[in-house]
Write a protein that binds this ligand. Structure first.
Ligand code: IVH
Length: 668
């Protein structure tokens, strides 16, 4: 392709991708599938790689980050970013309206815009000729930090204005924030990675935007909402409402919680309504900003010290309160994670009676030195589980009791253990009631015992009717048990029992995988089977023996020893065997000629299914991975290979065609 043609296509692709990006992230109403969107991006990446001189600063391929800085450059705002005067009650808010009328010397109603006050961090986005050129934080209002690379990774921020006739210069102001669902997910992930937790969604947003490595920011679920402008060359808008509408047309995301109010009464009603529905809003808001709508009035009113006279932040009641921790108990989650929970003296926080607060894990308890009997600050945000901000040390009597999370599961009594790099303790009991549903779904799943017709719904029903209380109960079930239940007939009961019966002769590796031992996936289960051949040997394997096996690392070895060392688990496995499980180790033609080699398959093979190719490779000790990395040894390429081939070529990994692959196997 010649350069001219490439340039035209790149330009077209950018426009198209930006449009669909906006449909997806701003309008929440996509017109094309994710796959089609990815294909457009891939095409653009390909052209940009071929013609690097044609990459543009507003190319959507930059949204993945990649730039690493030593420090942020300072950025001076051309128009200072002001802060707002607060109001905490209705009287203060009415006084604000009175001041404005007096200043403007008018008696009639003043029109306002009332907007939800988002709790994130303020940023300014500079668009030159319609292209995002600088993104900065508010800083002290005069000087902020240049976080352009990070801003570009926020998917809902337009890299180019959605107009053919952009203004020469536009500075958009708004809030970078994190939705509460995303915030919770991020923190959950951090708990399991033993990383410190973000205290609230604002800290999470600020911490994510202020990363020197923009790749990290790109992975954080940040969002943006516009609420104003700095410099805006050549506009002829008359009201703040028109400014917001115009920003929306240019492609900016905007909170839907705003309203034009013909006087302060309407603005106050908006505040009251918003306060009531605060918990239903997907992100954290801490009040309502009331702004004079007419821009000419705003200008006349001007600023006093660092705040505009024309706006006020009417704050919600704090959602913090102090209360006493009466007890700390341990709850067991669906995955067996043990979570310490503080039982509080009930306290009303912003209209909700709070009785519990999550303490996350022992590390959090130790870091904040939380003890039973302590008086603590508790905060509640949106529908996030309330949490303890800190202990009020001055209220300590000396009778407070330290808490240490037990190493036994409070639900089933089995041991709880944690991975070396994790802060979370997990119950390892096979039959633990907290985990039973998930564990049985896994046990019956296709790669495990493959019990056809036994899905999550049936398992739920059987558990809630007390028919299943353990794994072995599956093999004790009788037709009558099922037929007494709703929605079961003779035939369906018969079919399920047959499927369960059939599962008794599954191979040993499937059974090992089905037990749901932490870190033991399909492949490691096969490795274990190949090595030990008999279940009994796996049960008695020592840590030293296990770590000697190629591909069984120390974390896996520990997980197996912990699991089998729990008497309740060993007993349950024996029950299963007594009920007739055979668990053979099929004598697969095997070797260890490919021990430890990593293969990736891409494209369609003509002469064998992927599953078969994988089985053959594994029978020689190789591992088949889902994606190419620098650790991959071989990539086998069939017809119409995907992007894996590209990556492999780039990394210089050995590539085998199907014919070469077959030859290769036949030699083993
Ligand atoms: S207007 C002069 N509107 O609140 C206008 N601010 O204390 C100043 N904020 O730093 C800002 N939502 O981070 C405005 N709808 C909204 C807002 C909002 C949140 C934040 C912003 C600012 C702080 C002011």
């Amino acid at each position: 392709m010649d350069k001219k043609k490439a340039q035209i296509e790149i330009e077209k692709l950018i426009e198209l991708i930006n449009y669909h990006n906006w449909r997806y992230y701003v309008k929440d109403d996509p017109e094309i599938s994710d796959q089609e969107f990815d294909d457009l991006i891939k095409r653009l990446e390909k052209l940009e790689k071929e013609f690097p001189q044609l990459s543009l600063p507003d190319s959507p391929t930059q949204r993945v980050g990649g730039v690493v800085l030593d420090e942020f450059k300072k950025y001076e705002h051309h128009v200072p970013m002001l802060s707002l005067t607060n109001s905490t009650d209705e009287d203060e808010t009415r006084a604000f309206d009175e001041r404005i009328k007096k200043f403007l010397n008018i008696k009639s109603d003043v029109e306002y815009m009332a907007e939800a006050k988002m709790d994130g961090l303020a940023v300014e986005l500079v668009y030159k000729k319609g292209i995002l050129s600088i993104g900065s934080t508010r800083g002290d209002g005069v000087t902020g930090e240049d976080v352009t690379e990070n801003i570009k990774t926020v998917k809902s921020i337009p890299l180019r204005l959605l107009t053919k006739t952009p203004p020469d210069l536009l500075e958009v102001r708004g809030e970078v924030f994190m939705n509460l669902d995303d915030f919770n997910r991020l923190n959950e992930e951090r708990v399991s990675q033993n990383k410190s937790l973000f205290a609230n969604s604002r800290n999470a947003a600020a911490g994510s935007l202020r990363q020197l490595n923009s790749t990290i920011t790109a992975r954080r679920p940040l969002d943006f909402s516009a609420y104003g402008v700095g410099r805006f060359v050549g506009h002829s808008l008359k009201t703040h409402m028109e400014v917001l509408d115009h920003l929306e047309v240019l492609g900016f995301p905007m909170s839907s919680y705003h309203q034009k109010c013909k006087n302060i009464d309407e603005a106050i009603s908006f505040y009251k309504r918003t306060a009531k529905t605060r918990d239903l809003i997907p992100y954290e808001i801490d009040g309502v900003v009331i702004k004079v709508n007419l821009l000419s009035f705003q200008e006349k009113l001007g600023t006093i010290s660092k705040s505009p006279r024309w706006a006020i932040a009417y704050k919600f009641k704090a959602r913090q309160a102090t209360t006493v921790i009466e007890d700390i108990k341990v709850q067991v989650g669906r995955t067996g994670a043990l979570t310490p929970v503080a039982f509080l003296k009930p306290v009303n926080i912003g209209g909700v009676v709070v009785r519990r607060a999550s303490l996350h894990n022992q590390d959090e308890i130790d870091k904040k030195d939380i003890r039973i009997g302590d008086t603590v600050f508790v905060e509640r945000a949106g529908d996030v589980i309330p949490y303890v901000v800190k202990v009020v040390n001055s209220r300590r009597s000396g009778n407070e009791k330290k808490f240490c999370i037990p190493d036994k599961c409070p639900m089933c009594g089995a041991h709880a253990s944690k991975d070396a790099d994790e802060a979370v303790l997990r119950c390892i009991g096979l039959n633990c009631p907290a985990k039973l549903k998930g564990a049985l779904v896994h046990f019956a799943s296709r790669n495990a015992m493959n019990i056809e017709g036994l899905g999550r719904k049936h398992i739920s029903q059987l558990i809630s009717n007390n028919i299943l209380r353990s794994f072995s109960d599956l093999y004790r079930m009788k037709k009558d048990n099922l037929m007494n239940l709703e929605r079961w007939g003779e035939l369906s009961a018969q079919n399920l029992l047959e499927a369960i019966e059939k599962s008794k002769t599954r191979s040993l590796d499937r059974f090992i995988y089905a037990l749901g031992i932490r870190h033991i996936g399909v492949h490691s289960a096969k490795v274990l089977m190949r090595h030990f051949k008999l279940l009994e040997k796996v049960i008695h394997a020592t840590y030293q023996e296990l770590t000697k096996i190629h591909e069984i690392g120390p974390v896996m070895a520990q997980a197996i020893v912990d699991f089998m060392g729990e008497k309740k688990n060993a007993d349950e496995i024996r029950h299963l065997l007594r009920l007739g499980l055979k668990l053979e180790s099929p004598a697969i033609q095997s070797s260890n000629l490919l021990d430890g080699k990593i293969f990736v398959l891409t494209g369609e093979l003509e002469n064998m299914s992927r599953a078969k190719a994988q089985a053959q490779l594994e029978s020689h000790g190789a591992r088949v991975a889902g994606s190419v990395s620098k650790n991959t040894d071989y990539v086998v390429v069939g017809a119409e290979p995907g992007s894996k081939l590209k990556v492999a070529t780039k990394l210089g990994i050995k590539i085998l065609t199907e014919t070469e692959f077959l030859k290769f196997l036949s030699k083993k």
